[in-house]
Write a protein that binds this ligand. Sequence first.
Ligand code: FE
Ligand code: CA
Length: 510
Amino acid sequence: MSSRRQFLAAAGAVVMVGRATAVETRYPFTLGVASGSPRESSVVLWTRLAPDPLNGGGMGQTVAEVRYRLCADQAMRKVVREGVVTTSGDKAHSVHVIAQGLEPGREYWYDFRYGEASSPVGRTRTADRSATRTTVALASCNSFESGYFAAYADMARWAPDCVIHVGDYIYEGAAATLGLSTRVVGGTELSFETVRQHDGPETVTLWDYRNRYALYRSDLGLQAAHAASPWIVALDDHEIDNNWAGDAPQDPWAQTKTEFKVRKLAALRAYYEHMPIERPPILDGLDAHLQLYDAYRLGPVQIHLLDTRQYRSDQVCGQGFPGDESCAELTDPRLTMLGSTQERWLTKSLRESSAVYNVLASQTWFAPFRYNAPPAAPKVNMDQWDGYPLERQRIIDLLASGVRNPVVLSGDWHAAAAMRVYQDPWNIRSRRVGYNFCGTSISSHCPWAGAMRAALPDNPHVDHLNGERRGYLRCEIDSAGWRSDFMVVDNPSKADSMVRSERQLRLQDV
Ligand code: FE
Ligand code: CA
């Protein structure tokens, strides 16, 4: 925006704020508050004015001035930073404040005011590279329809230093029918419950995506988890469309490339508008792109957040589910999950890291998983790293060349797993390089849980596997080592369900 336009927008705000407070009396902070991208001296604070959240937000074309405060105490008496930011319909009245000049490893509390209305108070925490301990939650795949977000309510009570969300924050699908429905999976009839419904048809336009994010964020468990910890986020496929890759939709017969580009732009804008991230999407004509991959340092852990969706080449061999037959194209050297720029960044980031533990936060599973018995060529899921084996091998070789304690954290597959990663990923007699911990879904169903269980004997590198349960992964890292708790939700059909640790694994036990 030019400075002249910025000035006009600011001038307009004076007039419009007065009019808006006169007309708009409904509470604007219906979507809560959030913080994210924790650095040693900064953190992003987020909110969005949405008095009518499921219907475009309800702020119309108002240019609004929102006040924010960041305080050193929960009672909000010791103000560290405060200011006023202007927002408008261009960004769905979302607010992103990068609070800077903060102290490392400190808790802060923040809130927002608009007119007479105050937001809830959020708690956040800056990063600290010299800290000897940290706590991290791994989350993914929160289908609004498939369950309540009891896992998030539990995460909020735990209030880790950081939450890593590796994607499927929303699902794009049309509203399903409420109640139990049956699906035949691998010859067995399984039933799944839809506990609440999406707001209308499949999301395509900016209006649709905004309303869909608002629907998800109306969940109080999710709001609580955002208000309790800073988040580090990357999107996967369902934030836009199932199994898309780069600029290729999974169903080219149903949408042209141009239609998909316009849709992707809308989805990326809405994602930015609802996430506590530093940067909005970058536009190059119709090509939209959101810079998400980045490194974060939390005490003994360096988190290398990957983006395995925006730069990947299209999946090969087939979309058979849960796995498909290997084919010759798997060895095409052009196949990529990260793209060359991101791979160069990752190589540098890993080589330069001085952390005790090096996390690769990857949307999809990194360790292999086959759905058939050897000696046949492995039947694998082509949307995961198994579909990009040469690039995976380059990363494994890199991890093996002196990177300290590599741990890959993944989501996407709606199943919890702990897997050893070997230099030859299919050979457990080769050198062990690292681990891949996979969080199960917060709420999304896993119809392929049985197929995975049946395939367990053919995957001897897997030490823990559970696709039957919803939940998240807790990681506690300190001088005693790394512990991961596989948290499970007793009943995803209940918002206040019990959540407990099903199993704790220490890195040295895996
Ligand atoms: Fe998912
Ligand atoms: Ca996914």
